[in-house]
Structure formats: structure tokens, C-alpha cells
Ligand binder design. Structure first.
Ligand SMILES: [Zn+2]
Length: 349
């Protein structure tokens, strides 16, 4: 993959801290992205990760579950015998393709997919599934991973999971717990030397301004936009305070225009989960690169001094890597959002 050298021309939308310059050299810096299922790393922040890999950073994805309770979501894939015989094994192979496309490292945390409960009232979670186990049990392997990989930054979902699936909400909770406790010698003993992660970010892929910019970009390019209803639904969720609407302001925009093709390749690796003609490919990367060439995040907690907004997840860490220069915030307690509205559910998971 080529790394852009020259800043691009300014984009047509105005957003704060909207850098259009390549990321600074990032050798020696590490990002850990915590995800629920294989394919989530491709649909949330994939271009960001590829951009940091190109900048020299060490990027690792932790998949909390193996996606064992997923369905075959792509019509063409129903013809694949292995998809019926061994979907879990096939999803591991798909994940390997995504990891290769992004140039990242990957670890399976090893819990079993909880599935998406449906019905009224919701049925109990399957015995032993990821989201059914105590928080400390599910956080322990992630704490061990943090203490060995020593990330400077953890990226995960917001309190609503970004998508109302119990495994996504639990992934948020274990990531927050690992950020809080991995540096504490008196907690999670026997899982390695304590390591303080410097910054914690939540993904903001559902930010309405992003969808609006992509919607406008499609119309300007003379292409149909499927996002009208989606934008209205996100706006309604924001106003009513329900659903998966992002609760946090964007603090950090990462310029990813040159890495949208990597994201597409990672998505396409998940052949049973991501339809090549579907939602994720509604915006050609040439249109996205012009209309909204960023992945958005919220800085939730930092153990290094920063000033917001930022255009780099490692802001505050480039002088004296990993040195904590003062605790600026206590990370929030992992939240249980209660009932969530799954009515807008075209995002994959
Ligand atoms: Zn998922």
C-alpha cells in the first residue's frame, strides 16, 4: 500500500481538526482495538488502522468472540458447503484475510459469541456466552493481553456498543475495565507486569455528520444515496436519547482517504458476513475520499496531556513515549445502557 506524502486539497465539508495530511511517523507506538466479532474490525475503524500501520505503528485487534452464533448474511455464501458445515472455522479464515488486508496483528480472546437475542421479552443469553459471564472473568484475558502488548491507545465502542448487540456492549465494558485496571499491580494479579494505557477512545462511526456528508457526496456525484432514512433515524435517536446514537462529541479525526481501499478489502474478506453489493459499498471510495475522508473518535480518558480537538490518536505521546505526565481523567464506569432500540439494523455487526 502506498503512503501519501503530500497533503490533499481541502475537502468540501468543514469539520474541526480535519487534517488532510498523512499521519506522522508512528514507529514504536501501539494501538489495541477491542472488537466483539470477526468482521467488526473491518466495519469500524479499518481505514484508521491501515493508516497507522502505514505510518509505522504496531496495531493489534482483539476479537472477544469467534462469531460462532452469527448467520450466513450473504446470499452467494449460502452455496459454500463449509459455511453450513463449519461457519466458525470459516469465519476464522475470513478473519485471517481481513488481518492481511489491513497489515495488523490479531488475537482471539476466546469467548463464545452470545448471539443477538430476539423476541419479546428477550430470551436469556446462552449459557457460558461472552456477555453472560461476570465482567472480571471476561476482562482478565484482555488485561493479560494489554500487559504483554503494552498499547499506548485502546479503541473500542461506546456504552451502546455502537450497535445493540450484547457482545458489543460487553466488549465496551471489558475494554474500559482493561484501561482502568491493567496498570494496577493489586488487580488481576498473575497476568503480567502492570501497564498503563495512555488513552482510551470510543469509535464514532455512526456520527450523523458523517452520513450527511456521504449522502451529499453521493448526490453531488450523481449517484443514488441510500442514507436518507438512516440519517433521519439517527437524528430521531439523538433527539429522543434512545437507540445506538452516539452520545459523545467527536474529539479526534483521523485522515484515512488513502486507506479506504484497505477497508474495502478487509470487508470483502468476510465473505459470509458482508455483501459486496450491500450497505458498506454504497459509497465508492473515490466519493468517500472527497466527501468525508476521516474516521472519527471520542477521547474518553487520557493519562497524558492533550489539547482537543486532535487529528492523531498519539497526540501527547510523541515526546517520551508512554510516559504518563498526569492523570487528566478517571475512566467512566462501564455502563449498562438498558433497553436499546434495534429498529435501525442494517449495519452488519
Ligand atoms: Zn459484531
Amino acid at each position: 500500500m502506498a503512503r501519501a506524502r503530500e497533503p490533499r486539497e481541502g475537502p468540501p465539508v468543514t469539520v474541526p481538526a480535519a487534517s488532510t495530511a498523512p499521519l506522522p511517523e508512528s514507529s514504536g507506538l501501539r494501538i489495541l482495538a477491542v472488537h466483539a466479532h470477526p468482521d467488526d474490525e473491518a466495519s469500524k475503524g479499518a481505514a484508521m488502522m491501515a493508516a497507522y500501520v502505514a505510518a509505522g505503528a504496531d496495531v493489534m485487534v482483539a476479537s472477544c468472540t469467534g462469531g460462532e452464533r452469527g448467520d450466513i448474511l450473504v446470499e452467494e455464501a449460502t452455496a459454500m458447503a463449509r459455511a453450513h458445515r463449519d461457519l466458525a472455522g470459516l469465519r476464522r479464515a475470513e478473519m485471517a484475510g481481513s488481518v492481511e488486508a489491513l497489515g495488523i496483528r490479531h488475537r482471539w480472546i476466546g469467548f463464545v459469541d452470545s448471539g443477538l437475542p430476539e423476541g419479546e421479552p428477550l430470551p436469556p443469553l446462552p449459557f457460558g456466552a461472552f456477555a453472560s459471564l461476570p465482567l472480571q472473568t471476561t476482562a482478565a484475558p484482555l488485561v493479560r493481553l494489554v500487559r504483554s502488548f503494552k498499547p499506548h491507545v485502546i479503541v473500542t465502542y461506546d456504552e451502546n456498543g455502537g450497535y445493540p448487540h450484547p457482545d458489543h456492549i460487553r466488549s465496551h465494558e471489558v475494554a474500559v475495565e482493561a484501561f482502568r485496571a491493567a496498570g494496577l499491580a493489586e488487580e488481576y494479579q498473575g497476568l503480567g507486569e502492570p501497564w498503563n494505557v495512555s488513552k482510551l477512545y470510543y469509535d464514532r462511526g455512526f456520527a450523523p455528520e458523517r452520513w450527511e456528508a456521504l449522502h451529499e457526496g453521493l448526490l453531488e456525484a450523481g449517484l443514488p444515496s441510500p442514507f436518507g432514512e438512516r440519517i433521519a433515524a439517527i437524528r430521531a435517536e439523538l433527539e429522543s436519547g434512545t437507540g445506538r446514537a452516539a452520545r459523545h462529541e467527536t474529539t479526534t479525526r483521523i485522515f484515512v482517504a488513502d486507506f479506504l481501499d484497505r477497508r474495502d478489502a478487509a470487508l470483502l474478506a468476510h465473505r459470509t458476513q458482508v455483501d459486496p453489493k450491500g450497505f458498506f459499498f454504497a459509497v465508492p471510495s473515490t466519493v468517500a475520499a472527497k466527501a468525508y475522508p476521516w474516521d472519527d473518535y471520542t477521547l474518553i480518558a487520557s493519562r497524558v496531556r492533550v489539547s482537543l480537538p486532535e487529528s492523531d490518536l498519539f497526540t501527547g505521546l510523541r515526546d517520551g513515549v508512554g510516559e504518563a505526565v498526569g492523570l487528566s481523567e478517571v475512566p467512566p464506569a462501564a455502563a449498562h445502557p438498558g433497553a436499546v432500540d434495534a429498529s435501525v439494523d442494517d449495519s452488519g455487526h
